[in-house]
Write a protein that binds this ligand. Structure first.
Ligand SMILES: [Zn+2]
Ligand SMILES: [Zn+2]
Length: 383
């Protein structure tokens, strides 16, 4: 009996210390997907199940598949062979192994995850909170966000951006008892993924490294696909001027995949849209031959009252940086870049890395007057 309690004490002490560690983060998985049935198994190695009625942890291996289902406001846990029981909450600990999570109701794509999983019922569905290390989270987000086979220095820059974003939004879901959701609202997180070794290494090598502004505040680390040659000032896109989000000329991305785009629009539709939104009287010929040599806030000029960013959103354009040509029945929009244009241009950053620039060179090129700091060496973050 004594040995058992010592074991349990050590076991829970380890769990508690893991959940209180500042380098861990709590992510709500399947947030708002309202899942009522979930299958869990291990890819390889053992995992532990702790149930609400008992302190006895159940040690499971990759031959055991748990089926977790909401039944009458309780959580029913079964394996293929038998019913384990019905509980109010569960804790699953993956130890060092990777777990496979597959939502059955509704059916969703499998996620590979690791860490601690606290599961209870919230408004009739399973509430799954995954506690994992910030570095595992960062690597998972980056793997989902960018392609494979990219240069290491680019992966490091992207990891620092992802970490800076995550750590600056840790209180976003404070009222719900987790840090970030797994949706685009916070940052899309689909699990630790296949564990691309180059991304995992980049996350480890930049552990605790973030971007701060001149007041030592974590920055809004914005990024997008391609700027088309010039990035945008933050206030020209989001109405908020941030000292580190200034327009820069970028020649690195000019020959990359998303550097240019074209779109034909029916001339009548184009003129109707413009006339509906334009505050000044502008001739059809000017509206159909508008040139944007450099990034401009307004279409033609300020008197039009139409922001290029609004046209981009309304007409679903790849960027707000485009020129118009009259083609008779149609107008041809010739655009540059892909995305909002504020912050780091990913295709430019990838080219910089290929040309031998370091992640610090890349980040200082796209973010002005920022400092790249290691949080483990900063007292202010530990409070
Ligand atoms: Zn969120
Ligand atoms: Zn660019």
């Amino acid at each position: 009996m004594f040995r058992k309690s010592v074991f349990l004490f050590a076991f829970f002490a380890a769990v508690i210390s893991l959940s209180l560690n500042a380098s861990n983060i709590k992510i709500a998985l399947y947030n708002e997907s309202k899942i009522t049935s979930l299958m869990v198994t291990s890819e390889m190695g053992r995992y532990t199940l702790i149930t609400s009625d008992s302190l006895h942890p159940l040690l499971l291996d990759n031959t055991t598949l748990l089926q977790i289902t909401v039944v009458n406001d309780s959580i029913q846990v079964n394996t293929f062979e038998k019913k384990i029981g019905t509980y109010t909450f569960l804790k699953i600990i993956s130890d060092s192994s990777l777990l496979k999570l597959k939502a059955i109701q509704p059916a969703l794509k499998e996620k590979i995850c690791r860490g601690i999983f606290d599961i209870n019922i919230l408004k009739g569905s399973l509430n799954v909170i995954n506690t994992l290390s910030v570095e595992d989270y960062v690597a998972g987000v980056v793997e989902a966000e960018v392609g494979s086979k990219l240069p290491a220095e680019f992966y490091k820059a992207q990891c620092i951006i992802t970490r800076t974003y995550a750590l600056s939004h840790l209180r976003r879901h404070e009222a719900e008892n987790f840090n970030l959701c797994d949706k685009v609202h916070c940052q899309a997180y689909n699990g630790v993924g296949k564990r691309n070794p180059f991304i995992v290494i980049a996350a480890q090598q930049t552990k605790d490294v973030v971007l701060v502004d001149s007041s030592s505040e974590l920055i809004t680390a914005a990024f997008f696909s391609n700027c088309g040659g010039t990035t945008a000032n933050s206030e020209d896109v989001w109405n908020k001027k941030l000292s580190y989000l200034r327009s820069v000329n970028d020649t690195f991305c000019l020959k990359q995949r998303n550097a240019v785009w074209k779109k034909e629009i029916d001339k009548t539709d184009w003129l109707n849209y413009m006339k509906k939104n334009c505050k000044a009287t502008i001739s059809d010929s000017i509206i159909c031959n508008a040139v944007q040599a450099n990034r401009a806030v307004y279409f033609i000029d300020k008197s039009s009252g139409i922001k290029n960013t609004s046209i981009r959103l309304d007409l679903n354009l790849k960027s707000a940086f485009f020129t118009v040509s009259d083609m008779g029945d149609k107008v041809l929009l010739r655009g540059r870049g892909y995305g909002h244009g504020v912050g780091l241009c990913q295709e430019g950053a990838i080219q910089m890395a290929r040309k031998g620039y370091s992640y610090t060179n890349i980040l200082h090129f796209y973010f002005q007057q920022v400092n790249i700091i290691n949080l483990s060496q900063k007292e202010f973050f530990k409070e």
